[in-house]
Ligand binder design. Structure first.
Ligand code: PMP
Length: 359
């Protein structure tokens, strides 16, 4: 039996994708070997690599003026690579803080140059996306960095800032969950292990003319240009993770693309938010109404004892991954693209039942 998997990441992968990978595991495309055993310089692997790139471009509507790169080191390495490449002496990198991952991104830039915090919602334990900020006077800045979805706090940007300088977004936990205008961004990056597949590959989407601005005093492997010039094959890429990514993207396309996925995600999150909103205060959402995430739904129960009981009963019913992050407490349901609607409906039903029995 498959669990109702609400893990925050690594997270649910579509069953169809897992079954296809299983079918192809020992003999991929009649090569007599697994995709893991193929040379990364072989035609068979090259086709997988190029297909993942093309599908991502198609699904997100990425223009030709952007590179799509497959890197390693997780989103965390991007926290460092971005300032290494783009934060020059005498320039300032600007950050909007909406959670722990933005803080971590800022920390790496701080170690390398001048930084400025444009806005932060830390005072409210990151319960909302700030709206009272001004981008006046940042015209000389190196870039503006945001975290589009805050995995731990359950908040998500609804309207991205219109930035006079290159806008960079960490979309690790909401890439592909809704339609976006890629051209608002100079760079988007995301670790794969939430909406794109298994961990091990990080997707970077970057404007070519932004990449051209990078400084040169960066180690070869940490330069974006190295990977762009070599089609993400400068060194051995995580071939199996990229293969899985290609299958997830094929699955996303078969769902009807991002528009259909977004509609489904809105419906899925809607069931769980309704269980919170209709609970007469038994469940309380951590995120304010205007900042609620489609991907990570964070909520608390009246006390610690009920939270423990809720989590224990949920586990008995095969709901997995519902404990909140220690910095928020309570519960969190991550409803990434691959989490089926039935799982969200079942969770909402369980929440209603639990409230009725324990209020
Ligand atoms: N950014 C966000 C928004 C995340 O949710 C995570 C992982 N939970 C990271 C960055 C870090 O990603 P990685 O573990 O791939 O370095």
């Amino acid at each position: 039996m498959r669990a109702y998997n609400f893990n925050a990441g690594p997270a649910a992968i579509p069953l169809e994708v897992l079954e296809r990978a299983q079918k192809e595991l020992v003999n991929f495309n009649n090569t007599g070997m697994s995709v893991m055993e193929l040379s990364h310089r072989s035609k068979d692997y090259e086709d997988v690599h190029n297909r993942a790139n093309a599908l991502l471009r198609e699904l997100l509507g990425i223009p030709d003026s952007y590179e799509v790169l497959f890197l390693q080191g997780g989103a965390s390495l991007q926290f460092s690579m971005i300032p290494m490449n783009f934060l020059k002496e005498n320039e300032t990198a600007h950050y909007i803080l909406t959670g722990s991952w933005s803080e971590k991104a800022l920390k790496e830039a701080k170690a390398l140059g001048e930084t400025r915090i444009i806005a932060s919602s830390k005072d409210s334990n990151y319960s909302h996306i700030p709206t009272d900020y001004s981008l006046d006077g940042i015209e000389d800045g190196a870039y503006l960095h945001i975290t589009s979805n805050n995995t731990i706090y359950g908040t998500q940007w609804q309207d991205y800032p219109t930035s006079p300088i290159p806008l960079i977004a960490d979309m690790s936990s909401d890439i592909l969950c809704k339609e976006i205008d890629v051209e608002k961004f100079s760079m988007i990056y995301a670790g794969a292990q939430k909406n794109l597949g298994p961990s091990g590959v990080t997707v970077v989407i970057a404007k070519k003319d932004f990449l051209a601005r990078a400084q040169s005093n960066v180690p070869t492997i940490l330069k974006y240009s190295t990977h762009a010039d070599n089609k993400s094959l400068y060194n051995t890429p995580p071939t199996f993770a990229i293969y899985m990514l290609s299958l997830v993207l094929e699955w996303a396309k078969a769902q009807g693309g991002i528009k259909a996925i977004q509609k489904n995600n809105e419906e899925k999150a809607g069931y769980i938010y309704a269980a919170i909103d209709d609970s007469e205060g038994f469940y309380k959402a951590h995120a304010t109404q205007d900042s609620r995430s489609l991907m990570n739904i964070t909520f608390t129960l009246p006390n610690e004892e009920l939270t423990k009981k809720f989590l224990a009963e949920a586990k008995e019913r095969h709901f997995i991954g519902l404990a909140g992050h220690r910095s928020v407490g309570g519960c969190r349901a991550s409803t990434y693209n691959a989490v089926p609607k039935e799982a969200c409906m079942a969770l909402a039903e369980f929440m209603n039942e639990f409230r009725n029995q324990n209020k």
